[in-house]
Design a binder for this molecule. Structure first.
Ligand code: F6R
Length: 249
């Protein structure tokens, strides 16, 4: 894993966007894996700005999102489908038919997982997967203990994840307790991974990622087995590292 340490959230977002743009210019037909949550919002902003200013096109890009809450439809403002349209897709020239996100309100969620995995297999490996990390080390919604062999599946969200996600909802009761997520094996199939880590709340997770053994109880540790992972972290996420007097990797 390669670690790029930057000053702050803004700089992380800018560098991540530049990374994506470079790949996009090399391969305008790329398959781009996308994440939601707070972390990548700044990256999407920079990508939109670049699209408007420099005309970087997404006409031939196919996108694949990591996850979706079970029970929320695309029109629900808290669904990841809604989020993606709102913060990214509505502002670029991606074709809606090339956007792939599991449907949270599919009548048969188990079948939805199988179908999503089939869609991913049909298109071939994702070229670049953007990831965030949970405080507990989750990637996608693969909570601690998820098998490294897992494909797209339904998860019961950890209570710490439900608590962390509640900041986006009006009340705790509204926070979904289940989600569909690409599995760890699905994520690991990507040719390249860009992991974004920002803020002090992620600093323990970042240190653990570096120092812990590869272990299913810290899902992100699997990334150590991937040949092409770049981590962009800001200084706030590096606080724990400094507190423990670790040298910069
Ligand atoms: C989102 C996702 C999650 C988030 C993680 C961090 O699609 O898969 O793994 O990346 O929960 O969320 P934020 O960025 O809100 O701290």
């Amino acid at each position: 894993m390669k670690l790029i340490l930057v000053k702050d959230y803004q700089e992380m977002s800018k560098q991540a966007a530049e990374y994506v743009i470079e790949k996009l210019l090399q391969n305008p037909n790329m398959k781009l894996g996308l994440a939601t949550g707070g972390t990548p919002i700044g990256t999407y902003k920079f990508l939109i700005e670049d699209h408007k200013r420099n005309g970087t096109s997404y006409q031939n890009v196919k996108s694949f999102n990591l996850d979706e809450y079970v029970g929320l439809s695309a029109t629900n403002e808290n669904s990841y489908r809604y989020y993606m349209d709102d913060v990214f897709f509505n502002h670029i020239d991606i074709k809606k038919k090339n956007v792939h996100i599991p449907s949270g309100d599919a009548p048969d969620i188990q079948k939805e997982c199988e179908d999503y995995e089939k869609v991913l297999t049909k298109h071939g490996r994702v070229d670049l997967q953007i990831l965030g990390i949970g405080n507990n080390g989750h990637i996608g919604f693969n909570e601690p203990g998820t098998s490294f062999d897992s494909k797209t599946h339904i998860v019961n969200l950890a209570s710490s994840t439900i608590r962390a996600n509640s900041r986006y909802f009006e009340s705790m009761e509204e926070v979904p307790t289940r989600a569909v997520t690409m599995g760890i094996a699905t994520i690991m199939q990507s040719k390249e991974i860009l992991l974004l880590v920002s803020g002090e709340s992620k600093s323990k997770a970042l240190l653990k990622l570096w120092e812990n053994e590869v272990d299913e109880y810290f899902p992100a540790s699997v990334l150590k087995k991937h040949p092409a992972v770049t981590v962009i972290a800001d200084e706030a996420a590096y606080v724990e590292w400094k507190a423990n007097n670790r040298a910069f990797a």
